[in-house]
Design a protein around this ligand. Sequence first.
Ligand code: ATP
Ligand code: MG
Length: 374
Amino acid sequence: MPGRLFPVGGPVSEKDIVDREDFIVSVQTRLTDGQSIMLAGPRRIGKTSIAYEVLRRLKEQRYYTASVDFFRLSDIREFAVSLINACLENRTGIRKTLDVLKDRARTIAGMAKLTVKFQDLEFDLNFLQDNPDENLLLDYALELTETLASHDNKNMVVLFDEFQDASRVANQSEIYKKMRSHFQNHQNVSYMFLGSKEGVMNTLFGNHKEAFYRYATVLPIPSIPEDSWLGYITQKFAGQHIKADDRVVREILRQTGGHPQDTMLVCSEIYYAILEAGEQTVTPEYVQLGHSRALLTLTQVYNEILDEIGQRTRAREVLKRLATGKTIYIQSDNSNETKRALDYLATKAIIEKGGRGSYKFIEPMFQEYILRED
Ligand SMILES: Nc1ncnc2c1ncn2[C@@H]1O[C@H](COP(=O)(O)OP(=O)(O)OP(=O)(O)O)[C@@H](O)[C@H]1O
Ligand SMILES: [Mg+2]
């Protein structure tokens, strides 16, 4: 949300993107060099923020850009329309060009003007009907990126966010084949694929049976170093005439593990608590208060995750054992089941492997939440 001191929820703009400069430059350089890129990572670690910032910078370099978020889409027609709109916006400056076209096409004069404007893009006026043939529409959309870029003598970068959801949107996994068959001939367009289901994304781009096998360079998203957070948080508070010394900020980071959204959220809650009290120093007490309030706002998110993993044999039990620091493998267990539960939790990006076969929570706050649950 713009305007907040510590923005939480949704992509953040350049000034609040802590420590991604090198990574952003690297992604941008590769894209301008014609590579396509895949970024996968757990929820709320800042994937979309990185991608939007890259697109913003490319636009400044006079690139054409487009982005489509599969999370928001429910069928093929919506996907095609969303991609066409995102493409045409580069020419028209209008967000939903297709809607405007539909309106204008109601008059003969409007129709004539339109035909002239988009003639070179082989735009089929049947697409403006209420029920256009969705496969024709999709083929058109998937080719429009290249058609548009080459006609306008531009380079273009297209972002697909939550790419692993494309098969849900299309209701079939053939969609990937179709997309690849178009994209592989594109000369002027690079693609950026983002996904929050790492396991699925790694299969889509890493399994030789998959259509996107080796299509994109896979870049791991680095974590944000503690010192970068330290500088950012201290300065943000200082800007509001609030003192936060290294010790308290390191305590915040210890509790959040530096997880991007959790850290922002705790800082935000501390800030409001201090404002309410009319204080000017972040003390350990405010850190605790901020942390508890942040946990409260995360309840819904965490409950949803717990519900989901509750469907899986032993997953919840194993997670609980991990949270409490108990041994995971106990004698009476079926160790295969335990292993499968651990793998499952890892593909869900809830836990990750630490050293020596141990596992740790990706979000320490989630661990805390589970501990407080009963
Ligand atoms: N580099 C960063 N520095 C500081 N905060 C960040 C950073 N990246 C992300 N955040 C925080 O995380 C939140 C989510 O960011 P963003 O939407 O980019 O993540 P995401 O990985 O795309 O999430 P999702 O899995 O929900 O799609 C932001 O609102 C912000 O609070
Ligand atoms: Mg995102």
